[in-house]
Design a protein around this ligand. Structure first.
Ligand code: SME
Length: 325
């Protein structure tokens, strides 16, 4: 009888040669699921893809399964949220486990991470307790690395970094940023004007809305660059600009961004040894500012800028060190 490691060794070789020229992710996932399933005769083996903020059933082998799983829900949604593999020796002991089939007794879920984003999860169910262990985890993590590149949709993030004139100029220079606009985020009034926000009574923060291509630049790197352009320990003051409208903040639409934001902010806080004053919140609202304020420093090169010029050179030359895949 050949043991688990020997089976995985053979399986990994088969998968590698099968996928060597394959660019289509669905075709690849279909055959990877089939090969794993056939090798071990599991109860259910398949993929869920991250589509529009939820997990959507992908290619699988086994009985009919749930089609949609929310972020943080079940074992699959938790592996997505926590960006790590989860081995569940007894599904009844996993709070929130989603029982697609009452036959399933133990489970393993491995996230497929590309460009620092979870793009899918591999989920395997067994009809016996305690089927999966570290050996499965290690091999399956290796196997999902051989999947072809997923098409990542453009991503967005909203960054408040003090006066938005300089912040926009700086952030738009970073390679992979495809769109910027300045505006007002997370305040309490409708359609705020610059003048109203300037009173500091609206709760809005001057904010840059960024869109970026996640295959070129990671959110992690964008945030690291953002932190270079602010004093994260300063409350409601950046450079000479003071007021709640100049507070620093990271506002996200995609909840899957939060663990990355938290991670980068925690790393930065370590450097200072004190809590940072950077607000981290889901985006509640955003109103673009008048055309006058858009690309202000491109239109007015000698206009007011609270950022040192050296930062623009840094942004222009910056290369994302996290882009290894
Ligand atoms: N049990 C999973 C749901 C998917 S099925 O097992 C195929 C979960 O809790 O996420």
């Amino acid at each position: 009888m050949i043991n688990k490691t020997e089976k995985y060794t053979l399986l990994a070789k088969q998968i590698e040669s099968l996928l060597s020229d394959e660019k289509d992710t669905i075709a690849a996932m279909a055959n990877v699921a089939a090969l794993i399933h056939d090798t071990f005769r599991f109860w259910w083996t398949g993929f869920y893809r991250v589509i529009d903020g939820e997990l959507l059933l992908g290619p699988f082998q086994g009985p009919v399964a749930c089609m949609h799983i929310g972020y943080g829900k079940g074992v699959c949604g938790t592996a997505w949220k926590e960006r790590r593999s989860i081995v569940v020796p007894d599904v009844e002991q996993f709070p929130g486990h989603i029982a697609c089939s009452s036959e399933s007794r133990s489970e393993i879920v491995v996230p497929v991470i590309q460009h620092d984003r979870v793009v899918a999860v591999l989920d395997i169910d067994s009809r016996e307790l305690g089927t999966f262990d570290e050996i499965d985890k290690e091999w399956l993590e290796k196997i999902v690395l051989s999947l072809p590149a997923f098409n990542l949709p453009e991503s967005e993030i909203f960054l408040a970094a003090g006066c938005f004139w300089g912040a926009e100029k700086y952030l738009k220079l970073i390679e992979g940023v495809t769109f910027t606009e300045v505006g007002f985020a997370n305040g309490n009034t409708d359609n705020p004007t610059y003048k109203e926000v300037y009173t500091d009574q609206t709760g809005y923060a001057e904010t840059v809305h960024l869109r970026y291509n996640p295959t070129i630049v990671s959110l992690r790197f964008l945030l690291e660059m953002y932190l270079k352009a602010i004093d994260p320990t300063s409350l409601n003051k950046q450079g000479e600009d003071e007021g709640t409208r100049y507070r620093t903040g990271i506002y996200y639409n995609d909840p899957a961004d939060l663990p990355i934001v938290d991670d980068v902010v925690a790393e930065e806080a370590k450097k200072y040894g004190l809590p940072l004053q950077v607000e981290v919140e889901p985006l509640r609202n955003f109103y673009p500012a008048d055309e006058y304020h858009q690309d202000y420093l491109d239109k007015n090169p000698s206009g007011y800028c609270h950022l040192p010029i050296a930062l623009f050179e840094l942004a222009r030359k910056a290369k994302d060190p996290h882009k290894s895949n």
